[in-house]
Design a protein around this ligand. Sequence first.
Ligand code: BG6
Length: 493
Amino acid sequence: MSFDLILFGGTGDLAWRKIMPALFQAFRHGSLPSDGRIVGVARDDLTDEQYRALIKSRFDQVELAKRPSEEEFSRFAALLSFLRMDLANPADYASLAAKLQQRSADVVVMYVATAPTLFTTVCEQIAAAGLNGPQTRVVLEKPLGHDLASNRAINKTVRSVLTEQQIFRIDHYLGKPSVQNLFAMRFGNALFEPLWRREHIANIQITIAEELGVEKRGAFYDSTGALRDMVQNHALQLLCAIGMEPPINSHADAIRDEKLKVLRSLKAWTPETLSQHVVRGQYAAGTMAGEAVPAYRDEKGVNPDSRTETFVALRTEIANWRWAGVPFYIRTGKRMAAADAHIEVNFRPAPHAIFKVPLSSPNVGNRLVINLQPKDGLELHLLAQGADQRPGNGPGKSIPTLAPVQLDLDFDKRFGSGRVGAYERLLLDVIDGRLNLFVRSDEQEEAWRWVEPILDSWNSEPTRPRPYAAGTWGPSAASAMIARDNYCWSEEC
Ligand code: BG6
């Protein structure tokens, strides 16, 4: 099979950080179809050779195991070329058409890794140039819009020139091996399914904590914030994966239909829940790994008086028969105490106590932790009778106290850490035309519909996000929020 991959934003941050390294890994693993061309598109004035040299310099910065040898890079570089285009200029699409007409590839992937403001322009122009034929697949990066209205406007334009089958909306969390393992755990094993409901589960906590700050993306982030950057997409996709009904098969629409139902079932916000169940924070100066780091407002590109949130914690419910009344907590933030993404499923305690549980940590047992990163695996926390847990003699001493133990599955150890990364996996899926791990427009719109009242409430409030010191777990209000339900975040229990 032959493919042409046109990378709009070919010199941009995403191409640099994620897409090129992923394409190289696919090339190295022999999974990239051999008859391929990768065309970087940008406004820069570069020759093919200069573009190859630029991409080569990128690989000097990747970890050693993922770095190509000279020989490997020169074979990979043979796929690369560069096309100078001003994406707002319709005339420039003629040169793209000419490039594509040099041969007739089976698949043409247009990867729009640009500012979202250019998404509609690019799609309209490729259609105007007649480049939206059935062999074309368009990849759109998040964030797709800024709110529900802008998301709808983008989807409307894109769908007027392409079919839904041609549109690949990326949420790279869905490409992570750990997230695929979450689907495998739930739908490849019958073990958990009978327990996966309100009768047995007390609460579910989704944490995506980053140590990084806003890096070089201050200006972008300042107009985006954690709710749009992480919750509307990655965190809600995780919530769907945890909360959805088993799909009837593994086809893209069967999976997407079930995720959509979850999003539609999320409890609507009220003024009371907006004030009680949503906490936003912004990092202040602090210390990370012993080094002083600046406050968010002192980061480059950020408004010194910014009210943008770098942390969100919230509580919601999925209002359906399976989950009614079970709190789902989501928390994500930058500059937190550790880089750690995991989902914690807290089962209900034993209904009748014949053992004592450790007083210091009453919530330790009855817990499934799905580690997403940096570890990828499962931990099943149970209570057991340890060697030194014999009941004593005398009144009140005959009830043994149980000790916490855990079953620990490490998928990196089991399957090797050379597993296919998220972008590599998703790029190969686009080339092969597999939509399972991409987001449908109705899912995305529903997610925007749900986060929008939060954005509106923040816009109408005079209050600011709560400050938290960099290197901590966020504002104390996040702990207070979960404590009102008599639960605690994992690191606090
Ligand atoms: C991106 C966000 O979608 O996800 C970034 O825009 C964030 O702000 C990143 O850092 C986190 O991805 P990962 O794979 O590093 O957890």
